[in-house]
Design a protein around this ligand. Structure first.
Ligand SMILES: Cc1ncc(COP(=O)(O)O)c(C=O)c1O
Length: 391
């Protein structure tokens, strides 16, 4: 069966199927940080680029195969309904909605909450600001107002400085958006008290609150604080299924019944409504049952890796800053850019990293990355740093 599915060339009625290439060259060429100008991608031995690289396990695939399905647009897909109920319960919200991606969860929430000209307050490193192709300006017709937080986390004082004394000149601060954990700053956990304070202040100022919970469950597993507790002050929030949880696709947005009804309209409007989506919902159900506690392994691997890298020449890293699954280090003292380092570590050692800043490198262990992989990567990073310093 699998041989048939993956047979390289197959005659179709209207032509030939292209050969399946696993070393996909073109998408790699379009990668913003590392360019291989026309050359083939080197063999990747350990891929620490992102926790979005997780692949569904055999158990998950089998569970997906066996999923009961129906037409989700009619509310008749039992697996979708079950997943939505699981997430709503876990987050202590009235209702939830399966969407194809986390980006769509953010964008639909913004579109429901905001009107034209409204302001969305968020950290300057927040995903919707830097990685969602300006969607808030298109769908919600809102403006994003970045705050210069620390570790991607802002304070009530910072909010007050921009939200106090509304005048008829100022746009309306409609929404405050928080990212748990903060991605660009390296998987940092918003402390519960700070989240509560931010939500309370937003409410006092008449603003709505939203959480981009792409990695909320990483925060939960690392801190022991229940998802419900983090979620309590938020009018809407979502979790991603396709990152550390290991599902191939999907995010689940939660809030009040009224909010989810509106979100359904947007889902339909922008073509996010699916049909027998139970196949992908099943992956989410499986992930919530089997892959939440194991996020702790990723956190342990991240801490281990940070300790391995610490002390490498020309590399600045603070292992104490590793709170969840992300490790960041600065290579400014090596005298090369992160793009060059990223390219060399890939070509010379087969380790793929990401480069979130001019001299910043980020590595993320995830489901499928073993302790041996992490050891290999740590040694490779040290070895390259030593070669650069001694050259
Ligand atoms: C913090 C954060 N928010 C939103 C997203 C978007 O999620 P998706 O890739 O499922 O659209 C990501 C993806 O990496 C993310 O890291």
């Amino acid at each position: 069966m699998s041989g048939q599915m993956f047979s390289p060339i197959k005659r179709l009625k209207w032509g030939m199927e292209p050969e399946i290439t696993r070393q996909a060259n073109p998408p790699f060429l379009f990668h913003p940080n590392i360019e291989l100008k026309g050359r083939f991608m080197p063999e990747i031995k350990v891929d620490l680029y992102s926790d979005t690289s997780t692949k569904p396990s055999q158990g998950m695939r089998e569970f997906m195969c066996a999923a009961e399905v129906g037409d989700e647009q009619k509310g008749e897909d039992p697996s979708v309904n079950m997943l939505q109920e699981m997430v709503a319960t876990m987050l202590g919200k009235q209702a939830a909605l399966l969407l194809p991606s986390g980006t769509m969860c953010n964008q639909i929430a913004f579109a429901v909450h905001c009107g034209a000209g409204d302001l969305i307050l968020l950290d300057r490193t927040a995903h919707p600001l830097i990685s969602e192709a300006g969607g808030a300006a298109v769908l919600a017709r809102a403006t994003m107002y970045p705050i210069d937080g620390e570790k991607g986390q802002f304070t009530v004082e910072q909010m007050a400085a921009v939200m106090e004394s509304p005048t008829r000149y100022k746009p309306r601060f409609r929404l405050v958006s928080v990212e748990q954990t903060t991605n660009k700053p390296g998987g940092r956990i918003w402390p519960l008290k700070q989240v509560q304070d931010v939500c309370a202040f937003a409410r006092e100022k008449g603003a709505i609150t939203h959480m981009d919970g792409a990695r909320l469950l990483n925060a939960t597993v690392a801190s022991g604080v229940e998802p419900k507790a983090y979620a309590e002050g938020f009018d809407s929030l979502w979790i991603d299924l396709s990152k550390g949880l290991g599902a191939p696709v999907g995010g689940v947005l939660a809030g009040t019944e009224e909010f989810i009804l509106e979100a359904w309209q947007w889902k339909q409007r922008i073509g996010g409504a699916m049909r027998q989506a139970g196949i992908i919902a099943a992956a989410g159900i499986y992930a919530l049952r089997h892959n939440v506690d194991r996020l702790a392994e990723d956190h342990d691997n991240a801490k281990y890796l940070a300790k391995q890298i610490a002390g490498a020449p020309g590399v600045a890293i603070d292992p104490e800053a590793v709170e969840t699954n992300m490790v960041r280090f600065d290579i400014a003292d090596l005298g090369i850019s992160s793009a060059e380092f990223g390219q060399r570590i890939l070509e010379e050692e087969g380790v793929r990293v990401s480069t979130p800043g001019p001299t910043l490198i980020r590595v993320i262990p995830y489901l499928g990355i073993s302790r041996e992989d992490v050891e290999f990567a740590g040694k490779a990073i040290r070895a390259l740093a030593e070669r650069i310093v001694s050259s």
